[in-house]
Design a protein. Sequence first.
Length: 156
Amino acid sequence: MSKRRKSWKEKLEDSKDLPKVEEMLEKMRRRWGEGTILIPSPKEVDELMRAVPRGKLITLDEIRKRLAERHGATITCPMTTGIFARIAAYAAEEEAAEGKRDITPYWRTLKRGGALNEKFPGGVEAQKRRLEEEGHKVTKKGKKYVVEEFEKYLIS
């Protein structure tokens, strides 16, 4: 008997005993220095993404910075933050498909340098369309799409 796959909303709700702050392992210390690393919960990542108003933007790096400060950690794990941002995005699309209007505006969350996230629902094309609908100018830079002058629109 095959197990039913969890919905994105179920994945978002499953905290897996997170958040937790741990001492960095040797390999991590070589990359980020001494200190502690936060493994955030999916809901915390979603909460910061959800708080970005129309016309404003946030980066995954800023989400990581805010979460580390909240928990008194040196850094927040970039891998889990990215995974949880993707879960939040797909959970928002599930809610939209159910007719919900107040969904997490995940398209306002950018990668480093203002780059669009190819792992969000619909890929960069869908994120580009939504950002342009909100008045942002998106251009191709090498292989990436970036929001022009994104720094001006970052939430403070």
